[in-house]
Design a protein around this ligand. Structure first.
Ligand code: FEO
Length: 384
């Protein structure tokens, strides 16, 4: 697949993976992208996940039609991109690695060698000429590891953005970019909004014709749309109008309370109510919805005088990903000693720029007139 006359896609699709990075469900598989820039010199952009070395090297050989690559640019050392560096270096003994100083350290940690005699260390603003094409490197620490560099091809105006602008899903299955890019972004880079904003500022003045990430499709049109979403996400701004509700229910009464709240919100004109059952649904999807909407309602039964375990995990995920700048409300259930709301509130209050919305709804087992009225009052407060 050609990106431009001189840039060819040589990545692979993975449909065997159960959990990406050991935790993210990827029902549509994953793509590990790699590219080759063919000029007087030849540069390969990153390798691929361990199991796909033969396929990747085969794709490279086909694209090069007998030529040998001069450089392997290692933008990111996470093994989904670096696992075949060693195989590449053995296959092409004249080739050099191009990467950050930190990346060399990390290659040594992971693979036992940093290829010190066969490397070119680059940093912010370094350039590498391939002939017609000049590659300029952009330091992108913590997007999403500290060694990351991005690469801008001045000739074709292509930005190689490492994990940024990537998404879950293999390239041979079409799905909505924003849905799986958002779940990927908040799961993988959510904590590093400041660093992502910093990189977006660095590339703001570049003419960009295409964005080539390490996962997901190459983006070749409507780039303002993708960059705009990244600006919103990295600034922790609200993307969509609506309310996210995350709940834990044991015997169904707490779920009934959630359904009543959703009904009241929708009846009052709330444009979207996104509900996650934390025991059954994908946790990363629940995290994504919490970041997407401006208001989050946490609903839990009381369990061992605390919140239900899945809720504790969920709030920990939010804290781990720097959840902030949102309105949060609570509903609890407890037949004899409701205490989930107090426990949830204690964890949420520690987060940045959170506005707590009253009333806290307390259900004593099954819904009754009192708790139904509390839910109606909460819906009014959330809409108002
Ligand atoms: Fe796709 Fe951070 O590795």
């Amino acid at each position: 697949m050609k990106i431009t006359d001189d840039i060819v896609y040589i990545g692979v699709n993975d449909h065997e993976l159960d959990l990406f990075e050991g935790q993210y469900e990827v029902p549509n598989g994953m793509a590990y992208n790699s590219y080759v820039i063919i000029d007087s010199k030849v540069a390969v952009m990153d390798s691929v996940e361990a199991r796909f070395g033969s396929e990747w090297l085969g794709n490279l050989a086909t694209a090069l039609d007998g030529r040998a690559p001069d450089y392997l640019v290692v933008q990111h050392v996470e093994p989904d991109h670096s696992a075949n560096v060693e195989r590449f270096m053995s296959s092409y003994p004249e080739a050099l690695i191009v990467c950050s100083a930190k990346a060399l350290e990390m290659l040594r940690s992971l693979y036992g060698t940093d290829y010190a005699e066969r490397s070119i260390v680059v940093k912010e603003g370094s350039e590498l000429s391939l002939g017609k094409h000049t590659l300029r490197f952009i330091a992108a620490p913590m997007v999403h590891w500290p060694e990351v560099i991005m690469t801008y091809d001045l000739c074709d105006e292509v930005a190689f953005t490492a994990d940024a602008f990537g998404k879950f899903g293999a390239l041979d299955i079409e799905d909505d970019w924003a849905c799986e890019a958002r779940r990927s972004y908040f799961g993988i880079c959510g904590k590093y909004g400041k660093q992502v904003t910093g990189v977006l500022n660095k590339i703001a003045n570049l003419e960009i014709a295409a964005i080539c990430p390490l996962h997901g499709p190459m983006l070749t049109s409507d780039l303002d749309y993708y960059i705009g979403l990244y600006k919103t996400w990295s600034a922790y701004e609200v993307e969509s109008k609506g309310v996210a509700i995350a709940f834990c229910s044991v015997y169904g009464h707490t779920k009934e309370a959630v359904e009543l709240l959703a009904y009241e919100l929708e009846t009052a004109g709330c444009p979207k109510v996104a509900i996650s059952d934390l025991a059954c649904d994908d946790m990363a999807e629940a995290v994504e919805d919490a970041f997407r909407y401006g208001t989050l309602v946490l609903v839990s039964t009381t369990y061992n005088t605390d919140m239900f375990p899945f809720m504790k995990t969920f709030i920990d995920h939010l804290a781990d990903h720097a959840f902030q700048n949102r309105r949060v409300a609570f509903m609890e259930n407890g037949s004899w000693a409701p205490n989930a709301a107090r426990a949830m509130k204690a964890k949420v209050e520690a987060l940045k720029d959170i506005e707590l919305v009253e009333p806290v709804v307390t259900i004593r087992g099954a819904l009754d007139d009192d708790s139904r009225n509390q839910i109606k009052d909460l819906a009014k407060a959330l809409i108002g």
